[in-house]
Design a protein around this ligand. Structure first.
Ligand code: BDP
Length: 721
């Protein structure tokens, strides 16, 4: 290394060790910070084990993998690690497929590589001519790229690498972000600035952020991105935009990420000048076929479409008395020759149907089981209503055994405090994935529906509605990054534990010091339950402010009936809750027994879903011995108190992390407490108008009268007016 560089590195090292620099950090680097290993003993060990690297192969993907290992190692080890061409006697990393590397071929990895498929990898310590080397191998270059990021994660999380034997393969095939981004750069339910895609300056200008977006996603195994809003604009399918889309696809391709678009069902009319969009009309079929051929002429590896049809006013096949299957299959047939897929959303409900909204998607889709092409997936939200802080799992999981079904989670916190509340969502995702559907008896987890193991699906996928925008740190709240990270990790392995994921993320994002990791992990792991408590405890749901969904609005009773709050909480002088038992809307019967019976019976229904399934008197006796009314009040208070505790716990983290992110989180937590208190007081006061019971002794009294909350406006919440 040049002398000058050596000096610079040594100075940085010195300053880092003695914490002389008051580090400030914007958060732009997310979990790929690659700062020097802070433990000097471990640093030396790593340096001894990695004296160089060899990457075989020369595809675009191998080149970016090589770039990443160079960047990662030089940052983490504090000095440049050379790329070498031949192994002599040093400890090195050797990466490549058996097809590209004779040495790797000679290592006889074939048996293990049979289990890693197209995207998995092996990382193994092997003896090669008396020296230990670390091999990263896979069947494809993409596997090498994922293996590279995985290896760097081992260093970032201070893992012992002296004797590695890792075999990894994703359990889900399509791991995809859904961007609800509009062509004017606004983001529906986006709280982190404008869209990442600058349509005006595309295709000519390709800022580094596009590449960093791709790198970041690749680091957690995300391999697809839907660029546009589900409330789609047909214009993205015009030539002008396809060129822009192609430019993004070119940036993402070396990172193994395919581009997808949302298809507006009426596009043949809007941009094709046809009279109809009937999926059985030959002209329409032909239009889509030509359009799709055109897309592939610009983007040869285009992934396919996400479609929101006949939902919340979007056009769809039902406008022509055709079924969802007719619509999805028409697109699927045109995509099939190119290898494309259709992700057809099941988020459908109609205010004109006098049926519990929670039942409607199931009612519409179950009769279509087996009627979809095999390149169609039905994209189902995690719960039957709409991304609430807590819902039971969607009954469609397990109910369409002859159809590919994929989940859709919301990473952006539309109903969980936007980019202001610290809410770690992995426990919410995990709760759904680990729910037992009993579709084929005990142990039929939602995760096993999704990974295809329960029904043997030919294609599997998981979608997450992105929380990214053009703000410097990508997600607004520094902890919003954890939700993006967690989504990727769970899409790779839906059986992963949220706690393990939090641990990794904290180490890479903040610190490897256990005095920091444990308290931060505690904050994260409790945060979702806290949010449920101060927003919608005991199974309450959909009682947010109409429009922005950030604050409380249990009083909302005007407009579309199934968009009001009163539709869902059904509070009256007798009690509260939605009766979905066999005596009520009978939504419970959409679940397999014994899930159905457990939910149906007030004695066995989990208390955290009680008011989702039951309408109960205010004096109903809870397991705690308190009345339902008292318990509701207590839960709301617990939620707020937990936020106060979280603020105290966070204050102790000063010094653990840089001051910039520390202060930012600190300020956000103050707002979170303020607005959690608004939720608490507004809901308690409103429900009290029905319960006519006092707030239990010992609990704080609301700060203002109910009217104050009804008229409250938020002036300082990103994306909320
Ligand atoms: C709702 C959102 C709305 C979305 C819709 C959807 O409020 O903005 O368009 O979901 O998923 O939660 O289609």
């Amino acid at each position: 290394m040049h002398l000058f560089r050596k000096i610079v590195f040594s100075v940085i090292l010195f300053l880092a060790f003695f914490n002389v620099i008051a580090f400030s950090e914007s958060g732009y680097r997310l979990w790929l910070r690659y700062d020097i290993i802070s433990d000097p003993v471990l640093l030396q060990k790593y340096r001894n084990s990695i004296r160089g690297y060899i990457y075989s192969g020369n595809s675009q993907i191998i080149n970016v993998a090589k770039k990443e290992i160079m960047k990662g190692l030089s940052g983490l080890l504090g000095s440049e690690i050379p790329e070498i061409s031949k192994i002599k006697n040093e400890s090195i990393i050797l990466a490549g497929t058996p097809a590209d590397s004779k040495i790797i071929l000679s290592l006889k990895l074939a048996e293990d590589l049979k289990t890693t498929g197209e995207e998995g990898f092996i990382i193994r310590t092997v003896k090669y001519r008396k020296t230990k080397i670390i091999v990263i191998s896979a069947n494809t270059d993409k596997g090498i790229l994922y293996g590279t990021f995985f290896f760097l994660r081992l260093l970032q999380t201070h893992t012992d690498i002296s004797n590695l034997n890792i075999i990894e393969a994703p359990k889900v095939k399509v791991r995809i972000l859904n961007h609800w981004d509009n062509l004017n750069r606004t983001v529906e339910r986006g709280y982190a600035g404008l869209s990442l895609w600058d349509w005006d300056t595309l295709p000519d200008s390709l800022p580094e952020r596009y590449t960093d977006y791709a790198r970041t996603n690749a680091s957690i195994g995300i391999n697809g991105t839907v660029l546009t809003n589900v409330n789609a604009n047909a214009r993205v399918l015009t030539l002008e935009y396809l060129k822009k889309v192609a430019a993004l696809a070119n940036v993402f391709r070396p990172y193994g990420i395919k581009v997808y678009l949302t298809a507006r069902f009426s596009a043949p009319i809007e941009i094709g000048k046809l009279k109809s969009a009937d999926p059985l009309d030959p002209e329409v079929i032909n239009w889509w076929k030509k359009k799709i051929d055109e897309i592939y002429s610009y983007i040869p590896d285009f992934g396919g479409f996400t479609v929101k049809a006949n939902s919340e006013g979007q056009p769809g096949p039902q406008n022509y008395n055709r079924s969802h299957a007719d619509g999805a299959n028409m697109l699927a047939d045109a995509l099939a020759p190119h290898g494309g897929i259709v992700m057809w959303r099941a988020f459908v409900y109609d205010n004109n149907i006098p049926e519990d909204r929670a039942k409607q998607a199931y009612n519409e889709f179950v009769p279509l089981n087996g009627k979809f092409r095999n390149n169609v997936l039905i994209q189902v939200k995690n719960g039957p209503v709409d991304f609430q802080p807590r819902e039971p799992f969607h009954p469609l999981f397990g109910a369409m055994p002859e159809t590919n079904v994929m989940p859709e989670f919301q990473i952006t916190q539309e109903y969980l405090g936007a980019s202001v509340h610290l809410v770690y969502l992995a426990p919410l995702f995990e709760e759904c994935l680990k729910s037992d559907t009993y579709a084929k008896g005990n142990g039929s987890l939602v995760a096993s529906v999704i990974d295809g193991s329960l029904f043997g699906n030919n294609i599997t996928a998981m979608a997450g509605v992105a929380n990214t925008g053009n703000v410097e740190n990508w997600t607004g709240h520094p902890f919003g990054q954890a939700n993006w990270y967690a989504f990727g990790r769970l899409a790779w392995n839906p059986y992963e534990k949220s706690e393990t994921i939090a641990d990794e993320w904290i180490r890479m994002t903040f610190s490897n010091d256990s005095d920091c990791i444990e308290p931060i992990k505690k904050i994260m792991m409790q945060s979702r339950e806290n949010c449920v408590n101060y927003m919608t405890p005991l199974g309450l749901h959909h009682i947010m402010y109409a429009g922005h969904h950030y604050g409380p609005g249990p009083w909302v009773n005007r407009g579309r009936r199934d968009w009001t709050s009163v539709y869902y909480h059904k509070a009256d002088s007798n009690g509260i809750g939605f009766d979905r038992t066999t005596a009520g809307s009978d939504a419970v019967s959409q679940y397999f027994s014994p899930v159905k019976d457990i939910f149906n019976n007030v004695e066995t229904c989990p208390e955290n879903l009680l008011l989702w399934f039951h309408h109960l008197p205010w004096d109903f006796k809870m397991k705690s011995g308190k009345t339902l009314w008292e318990e509701i009040c207590i839960k709301y208070h617990q939620g707020v108190n937990a936020v106060r505790q979280m603020r105290k716990d966070w204050d102790l983290m000063k010094g653990c992390i840089d001051s910039q992110r520390f202060e930012q989180v600190r300020e956000l937590m103050a707002k979170q407490e303020r607005d959690a208190t608004i939720w608490r007081d507004a809901c308690i006061l409103y429900f009290q108008t029905f319960s006519r019971r006092p707030i239990p002794a010992g609990l704080e009294k609301p700060l203002h009268p109910l009217d104050y909350y009804i008229n409250h406006k938020y002036s300082d919440i990103p994306g909320i007016k």
